[in-house]
Every structure is written in structure tokens, then in C-alpha cells.
Design a binder for this molecule. Sequence first.
Ligand SMILES: Cc1cc2nc3c(=O)[nH]c(=O)nc-3n(C[C@H](O)[C@H](O)[C@H](O)COP(=O)(O)OP(=O)(O)OC[C@H]3O[C@@H](n4cnc5c(N)ncnc54)[C@H](O)[C@@H]3O)c2cc1C
Length: 409
Amino acid sequence: MSKPRALIIGGSVGGLLACALFRQRGWDATIFERARGDLSGRGAGLGISGDLVDIMRGVGARFDASTGSAHASYDWMRRDGTIAFTDRRPTVGSTWPRIYRPLRDVVPDSAYRQDMNLARVEQNDADVTAVFADGTRETGDLLIAADGVYSTTRRQFLPEVEPVYANYVAWRGIVEESEVSEAALRAIEHKLVYCFPEGEMLLAMTVPGAGEDTRFGHRRVYFIWYRPAGPDALADLCTDSVGKNHGASIPPPLIRRALIDELKSAARETMPACVAEIVERAEQPLLQAVSDLRTTKMVFGRVALMGDAAFIARPHTAAGVSKAALDAKALIDELSATPGDMAGALARYEAARMEFGRKLCDHSRWLGAFLEAGGGESRDPREIIRQYGAQTLLRPVDVEALQAPADAR
Ligand SMILES: Cc1cc2nc3c(=O)[nH]c(=O)nc-3n(C[C@H](O)[C@H](O)[C@H](O)COP(=O)(O)OP(=O)(O)OC[C@H]3O[C@@H](n4cnc5c(N)ncnc54)[C@H](O)[C@@H]3O)c2cc1C
């Protein structure tokens, strides 16, 4: 009997996880990714969970102590550098390339086809066909849409579902530890540092560097700074120096120098010195418009949405890649449970993952509501810190097990 065939649209973390899991369970799975070239140079910091670590290791992707940077507590730091509140809670931060690369390594090149831009999906009772912009057609038993927030697939089936801007932005920056003073590094070591200037919030933490070296001074420092911005302010932030507006997402090199200078000057005026120094050193900050995306359906015949194509929670839950991993795992588990009943399996997948996506979005909205321009709800910083992340929805990383040598696990 020939293997069932899965067409996976999108070759970021979600698509790679789906491909690795489906191939492991005997499917013929192929990724079709629009972008050309190596994606591993992109991205910034991200949160990980015990669920993600287990799923990655389960497909043979490397995940060891150098993949993450461990933190012992969540700390609210005042402007004068003193600590106002500590929540002792171990957590691990990583970076997008450190998750993407090991996953890319477990998917064979023959199953990762780039420069393939999905144009539309066609299906009948027997199969599903992906039609690409260059006219190529690929047919399979199932199409998995891991094509992200502006998913071509979702837009075909649900044109009315679009991300909704949350009225604040996130500035992200990543700096080599070697460029930051030892005093600043000591001040944030082993902590996830939170700052709360009026109506805003910044998090700073160490994350792994590009290599294997996890020693103090050899990693990177990452910050994410949330600032209210209504639609007009967002339009200004996303307008380049020749007056061209880039919608809700401006390529980092086109961000106007004056805006970056203003960010650095605001850091000097409102942040503790150690944090202001980190912001100051960030050569090329990234700007993200924070949005909510909630799909109303995840399954359309032989088509299943997953990851960011279905739900985007605000970054406060740090759950984007973990949610994609759990979606992919739930999909293959349901299909494996009833191999002769794809419709039933997809219905169970949809019910479970819609509920998860809704809960995650609700929680992330609660965490970020106080940042919204023009009337955010007020919050006690201590309560924000206690609730930060997605503790009730994701398993925390077992930091001790992560740091143990592989043969001791
Ligand atoms: C380059 C990159 C860097 C990122 N960096 C970070 C980060 O630093 N921190 C963080 O928290 N999250 C980051 N993310 C988001 C994170 O990857 C997602 O939250 C998580 O992986 C789940 O999303 P996803 O895989 O479902 O979709 P995404 O990660 O959004 O990937 C969607 C993929 O689909 C491809 N695609 C879109 N349309 C088509 C089409 N029509 N045909 C074929 N392919 C298509 C895109 O090129 C992309 O590779 C990044 C995503 C990307 C693509």
C-alpha cells in the first residue's frame, strides 16, 4: 500500500515540525516554502516550553543546554535598578534560529522545496491539490497550512478572518553580550527583567548566542519593549525615510533613524541604566505591530490550518512555536488513532485545537490589555509578572533535565 501524502505549505518552525512528525509516522510529507535561501539568519528571541522540547527531541532534533538560556526568576526592576518584586519561577529563553536550524536538519532536502508560492487549493472527495504561482500542481491526501499569519490557505476559505491590531507595538533588539558592560550583564544575569515605565513594559534577558558557548559574556542579550501606538502612530512608525508606508510591517533596515534615536533616548530617560545600555547597543531594532488573530474554523475538507495561520496570541504568552508544535502533534496523533477515518480525525483535531487557541488568545489579551493606546485596562505589575507566559496551558521546561548531559537523561 502506498504511503498517504501530506502537502505542507510553509517551511518555518510549524511546517518543519509537521513534516518531521508525519514522516516519522510513515507519511510521505513534503514542505512547500515560498521564501528562497536560508531562513536561519532571521528572527529574534522566543519562549520555549517542555512540550516543545519533548516534541523536538521526539523527532530527533537536537535540543540541549546550549539551545536555551535558563532564568531563575521574573523580576520587576525599578528605574533606579533596585528590584521591586521577584517571582521565583525557572524559565528558559531561546532564539528563533536555535529552534529552526535543528528542525531543518531533521527534514531531508528532498522534502523541503523552496521558492514554491501557494496560489490556491483545489479539492474533491478523493484528494487535495496545491496550485502554485508558477503553475506547478501537487496532489496529496491532506494539505497542512502552516503558512503563517497571512496564510494564503486561510484567506481562500475564510477571507473575513484577519489579524486585528491591538494598538501597541513591540520593539525587539538583540545584542552580543561582549558589547554590553559587565555591570549591566550582572544586573540581569539569571533573571527575566521587567520594567514598567508609565503605560509601557519592557522585558530583558540573556539568550543563547550563535555558537555553542553558553558562558557569561559569550551569549546575547534580548529585549522586547511594548509601547502604545494607535493606528496613526503605527502608520508613522511604518513609514520609511522616502515617505513610503509599509502597512503593519516595515523591514528593519527601512525603519527611520529618527525613530530608533527616539527609542534610545526614551530608554535613557525611563529605564534603569543597565537596560538603557542594552537598548542603546541594539544596532538594528525590529518593530512588530502586536495583533490578535482568531480563526473561526481550522478544517476545510482535506485541509487543516495549524500554527500562526490559525491563531496568533500576543507575544506575552511566549507560546507561538509551542502552539505550532502541539497543533502538529495533535494532528498526527488524531490521524494515527483512526487511520480509516480522516474526517473524524480532523474534526477531533479542530475541536481540541480551537479551544486551546481561544484560551491562549484570551490569556495573552489579558496580559497586554494595559498597553493598548487610548484606554488600556490598568494592571498591577506584580499580577502581570505572576501570570506572565502560558503556565496553565503549556508545560514548563525541566531546567535541570535540560542541563544534564545527554547520556544522563
Ligand atoms: C523568518 C521568521 C522569523 C521568526 N522569528 C521569530 C522570533 O524571533 N520570535 C518569535 O516568537 N517568533 C518568530 N517567528 C514566528 C514563529 O516562527 C511562529 O510563531 C511559529 O513558528 C508558528 O508559526 P508557523 O510556523 O505556523 O508560521 P510562520 O513562522 O509565520 O511561518 C509561515 C511560513 O509560511 C511561508 N509562507 C507564507 N505564505 C506562503 C505561501 N503562499 N506559499 C508557501 N509558503 C508560504 C512563510 O514564508 C513562512 O516561512 C518567526 C517566523 C519567521 C517566518
